[in-house]
Design a protein around this ligand. Structure first.
Ligand SMILES: CC(C)(COP(=O)(O)OP(=O)(O)OC[C@H]1O[C@@H](n2cnc3c(N)ncnc32)[C@H](O)[C@@H]1OP(=O)(O)O)[C@@H](O)C(=O)NCCC(=O)NCCS
Length: 181
């Protein structure tokens, strides 16, 4: 039985070891890593899974913009090999998506396998909808909209460190909507 909790500073060394074992040294050279450079994960969206008192899995979400639209990038996601196939990966994703949706984030992108992330509602982005700051296999560029505003998100995906506070994603309230009309 595992439990999910928000990542703590004291978890970081174990998380880094987990990511290093899961992805190897090449992980820093990937295009998704460029969106993490000069950026910071959103603390309220960084979850760990613990089992038997030890770190068993981790997920992080990063603030990005697609064109002008604020959103999130999911990753890395990793589960300890001996803890896999027990629903932990999906539970970590869903914990982040639920909190991100409540906070008003419009969309989440990631680079990963659609057969897996499709279980969490992600699908391959329409050709040409997004551009990444480096090469990406188009079949692995996935998106999930969290509310209707996410449907209009498109363009170059860039880091958005100014949005690293979750409250920056608050959807416009009635007054703001009125002011925009
Ligand atoms: C991907 C990962 C996080 C899944 O963790 P998990 O806790 O085992 O995930 P879940 O228990 O929610 O789901 C397991 C199911 O997903 C399937 N699955 C795992 N990786 C998959 C992939 N890349 N493509 C398709 N299906 C996959 C498993 O076969 C299993 O299928 P089953 O339910 O039919 O048995 C884990 O395998 C891992 O850490 N892998 C190495 C790092 C990695 O690849 N991260 C994702 C980056 S794209």
């Amino acid at each position: 039985m595992f439990t999910l909790t928000q990542e703590r500073l004291s978890d970081v060394p174990s998380i880094e070891r987990l990511y290093a074992a899961a992805f190897g040294p090449g992980r820093h050279a990937r295009t998704a890593a460029r969106l993490r450079e000069g950026n910071a994960p959103i603390p309220e969206l960084c979850f760990i899974a613990e089992e038997d008192g030890a770190l068993a899995g981790s997920v992080r979400f990063w603030p990005v913009r697609a064109g002008a639209t604020p959103g999130l990038m999911l990753g890395p996601l990793a589960v300890q090999p001996r803890r896999r196939r027990n629903g932990m990966g999906l539970a970590l994703i869903q914990a982040g998506l639920a909190r991100a949706g409540e906070a008003g984030a419009a969309f989440v992108v990631l680079v990963g396998d659609e057969p897996y992330y499709g279980r969490a509602g992600f699908s391959v982005a329409a050709p040409g909808r997004f551009q990444m700051p480096g090469p990406v296999d188009a079949e692995r560029l996935l998106v999930r909209e969290l509310h209707a505003g996410g449907g209009g998100a498109s363009g170059l995906i860039m880091p958005a460190p100014e949005l690293s506070n979750l409250s920056a994603f608050a959807p416009p309230g009635p007054q703001q909507r009125a002011a925009n009309q």
